[in-house]
Design a protein around this ligand. Structure first.
Ligand code: ADP
Ligand code: MG
Length: 450
């Protein structure tokens, strides 16, 4: 296509879009040329480019093709040609080809605080940390994917960002893409809608390292899973590193296709265990050193850290939040952080973390409710009269505690995790058919939460 041909096309576009839309969105486009089927236009800003791409990209491509030009797609480039998100780990050296990222935007921003330096290592997370370190060296791909899983706030996202930062240092030539599974889905849906699937696929297949956070999100979302599966396979075939996180093991993600599960299980699976006292104390010490930099005037009684590590056993995010609040408060009122101040200032957090439902509590409540002996609940009897309440208790343990199936099994007289899984599934089914069971569950849940 020549400038003249573009001029003629513009007239026809003006007629179809009307003068005002035309003047706002099409006239400013600066035709730059066609290369290898890609028609490039200069645009004033990347927002402008994205907007035109989304709203008129298809129409433009269609018209250009109709005019006899062989075009596969249309690219919009800002004059600086540097619209790549700055927070994205460094890309391959700029070539003259238009960036795919112009059309389908790339990854999510990385948190500058989430580095290996700021990650405190302890027994519960040492394996995950070692695996993450290994991948971050950027050498030969030895296990693919790396699958990190664990409960909320145990440091999955932190570790993934740390890998991305480290790779940026060590292997700046690698294109690293980090995003959540939710963002993957949005991009996918958008590409479908805008008919930019080619770009979408091309972008995801052209990275050296792909990280997808919270992959459990795509469970049950069939077409997204399908696309994820293809992307995954394409990258594995090219021996590109994939890093995935989820809140549970691949086999335990409900609604995830079997073939994806088995693919995910091919690499290295490491879990972040719930924190123990030592790790929590270590994290608190590290974070309080950071706080001390921001609040140099605040003094801290070190016993407060021990107290918090003991009392707040939920996720690290809560622990962090508690500390931040303490420092902010102490600095505001100009006081030293003492045990008394901590108890006062964090009364709600402390109360909330007290209410942690245990497996034993559930077993006790359920036995009471069905009037069976606790020893029978845990024992070997298979009578329906006993087995059903046992399954109810298993179901509640699965849903009201963060314990894994094997852990729950152990608390029920050393039963296998498949037995627990079966029990949970059975109650799930019965809940739909049997009003009494549904009512029992609801009542027990409320009693336990009280
Ligand atoms: P997840 O993604 O597993 O839900 P995050 O990675 O978002 O958890 O971690 C929650 C918060 O706790 C973050 O602020 C993170 O920096 C912090 N955190 C978690 N584990 C550690 C650790 N071992 N050392 C330092 N900070 C941690
Ligand atoms: Mg996370």
């Amino acid at each position: 296509m020549t400038q003249e041909q573009w001029g003629a096309l513009q007239n026809s576009i003006r007629e179809s879009l009307g003068p005002s839309t035309y003047t706002t969105w099409i006239e400013p486009l600066e035709f730059q040329g066609v290369d290898n089927g890609v028609v490039s236009f200069g645009v004033p800003t990347s927002f402008f480019g994205n907007y035109v791409s989304q709203h008129y990209g298809e129409m433009l491509l269609y018209k250009i093709q109709r005019s006899g030009t062989e075009a596969r797609r249309v690219a919009f480039l800002t004059s600086a040609n540097s619209t790549r998100k700055p927070e994205l780990p460094a890309a391959k050296p700029e070539a003259d080809v238009p960036r795919v990222a112009e059309v389908v935007d790339a990854g999510a921003p990385l948190d500058p605080r989430f580095t290996f330096e700021s990650f405190v290592v302890g027994k519960p997370n040492e394996l995950a940390h070692a695996a993450a370190r290994r991948v971050a060296e950027g050498g030969e791909v030895t296990f693919n994917p790396l699958f990190l899983y664990g409960g909320v706030g145990l440091g999955k996202t932190h570790l993934m960002h740390a890998i991305a930062w480290e790779l940026q240092q060590r292997a700046p030539e690698k294109v690293v893409l980090y995003l959540s599974a939710e963002q993957f889905m949005y991009r996918f849906v958008q590409a479908l809608r805008d008919k930019t699937m080619m770009e979408f696929k091309q972008m995801f297949r052209s990275v050296d390292v792909l990280m997808v956070d919270d992959v459990q999100f795509i469970a049950g979302k069939d077409s997204t899973q399908e696309e994820f599966f293809h992307t995954f396979n394409a990258l594995v075939d090219q021996r590109k590193q994939i890093i995935i996180s989820a809140d549970r093991a691949p086999g335990e993600i409900k609604g995830l296709e079997e073939r994806i599960k088995s693919r995910l299980q091919c690499g290295l699976i490491v879990d972040l265990h719930p924190t123990d006292y030592e790790l929590r104390l270590g994290i608190l010490q590290a974070k309080s050193e950071q706080q001390a930099v921001t609040h140099p005037s605040v003094e801290l009684d070190p016993r407060v850290l021990e107290f918090l590590a003991l009392r707040i056993s939920t996720n690290v995010r809560v622990l962090e939040g508690a500390l931040t609040r303490l420092y902010a408060f102490a600095s505001l009122v100009g006081q030293r952080i003492t045990m008394e101040l901590a108890q006062d200032c964090l009364a709600d957090v402390l109360r909330a973390s007290e209410r942690k439902i245990t497996i034993e509590e559930i077993q006790r409540k359920v036995s009471e409710h069905y009037n069976i002996r606790l020893s029978d609940m845990i024992g070997p009897k298979r009578l329906r009269l006993i087995a059903r309440p046992r399954q109810v208790a298993m179901y509640l343990c699965k849903h009201m505690t963060s314990r894994s199936l094997p852990e729950i099994g152990r608390h029920f007289g050393g039963r296998d995790h498949t037995t627990v899984m079966h029990g949970v599934k059975r109650i799930d089914e019965l809940k739909q058919q049997d009003g009494q069971i549904a009512e029992d569950l609801e009542m027990l849940r409320r009693a336990l939460e009280a």
